[in-house]
Design a protein. Sequence first.
Length: 437
Amino acid sequence: MKSRAFQSSYEVPACATPLQATITVPGSKSITNRALPMAALANGRTRLRGALFSDDSRYFIQSLQRLGYRVEIDEMAKEVIVYGAGIEPLQHVQGLDLFVGNSGTSARFLSAFVSLGKGSYRIDGVSRMRERPIAALIAALRELDVDVVDELGTGCPPILIEAQGLRGGTVLMSGKDSSQFVSGLLIAAPYAKDEVTLIVQGELVSAPYVTMTLAMMRQFGATVNQEGNVFHVVPSHYVAKDYMIEPDASGASYFLAAAAICGGTVTILGLGRDSLQGDAQFAQVLANMGCTVRYGFDRIELSGPPEGLRGIDVDLFAMSDMVPTLAAIAPLAREKVRIRNVANIRLKETDRIRACVTELRRFGVTVTEFDDGLEIEPCDQLQEGVTVQTYDDHRMAMAFSILGLRVPGTRIENPACTAKTYPEFFQHLEETIRGGA
């Protein structure tokens, strides 16, 4: 069989019977890409178990190695060993180029990370990365005396950084565009010269990701306090440790959605009620649509409703990566589905609102597009034989593969784009249909 990685399109297998599958998804991208800089800044050897090996995490690992940190990987064991060295490797760097592909976390976290040192850096990525805003983080770094400019004057990468260390002090930052700006600055803040006070103005998009960042900073030994939208970080140090990374809740969402529309039961191992990841709450959205959800300490079990999904009107501001997943299964609900307050996803790997609207219409679905979301009508006769355009967006590919389980002949264009966060996705999808992954 031709490798999925080299197919121009992938035909989604039909789901003919209710699912009965137990699945272990790869490690969390969000946790992996937070643990890497914390481990690098800690003094000593950190072992990251259950790490994600994908395009995004590889770009981050390669960047740390280029910066002079010793990082060893064992993909078979899903482990990364980081030999932390504080900010010492960042002290004498001149003219270093860091290429991050289309990894927003890498671009944003590394911008703050390298600002801790003394030297000059250029951070760039693929063409889409040059359209993804980073101006809010640039402004915040400038407030902390970092000499940073957007090379093309667009507020997007490539960015040039002349670092002399992070001064500390009070900095204001908008919360509307990306929580990654906030997380990137927080991760670096313990190594600033003085206490950092970060004030987030307005509602913070995807706030659970910042909650995750704070929890991990504390797990790694940093001192950080939160009072509403004000964060205080005192100078401190991360501590090297043995750290277990949770399975990826965003990746798990596709299999939960599969059970929601195909019936049967899917169990996700390693992801329980106490997950650090806000996207684990997507199971509750599906519960509100009629699914039965059971949480354990180390698992989530979801059963689809025999009578079909109910419609829902939902604000996904806190878990906006789940929009394509919900949008893709929405036509199979009994009533319309309205998704609100997710204008920020127009700035992701693609404009995800527009992309979801366009691809749903290929299936014959009636969709209304709003500035901040979309409304999807039920559709009894979905168009078969559709080739879904993915816009080189991993979440579009994975989400619409789930709809394809119920629509014969659905093909996914450029399936290799899932390598950004979930290289084994289509293999796991096929195994799920057969009864386990």
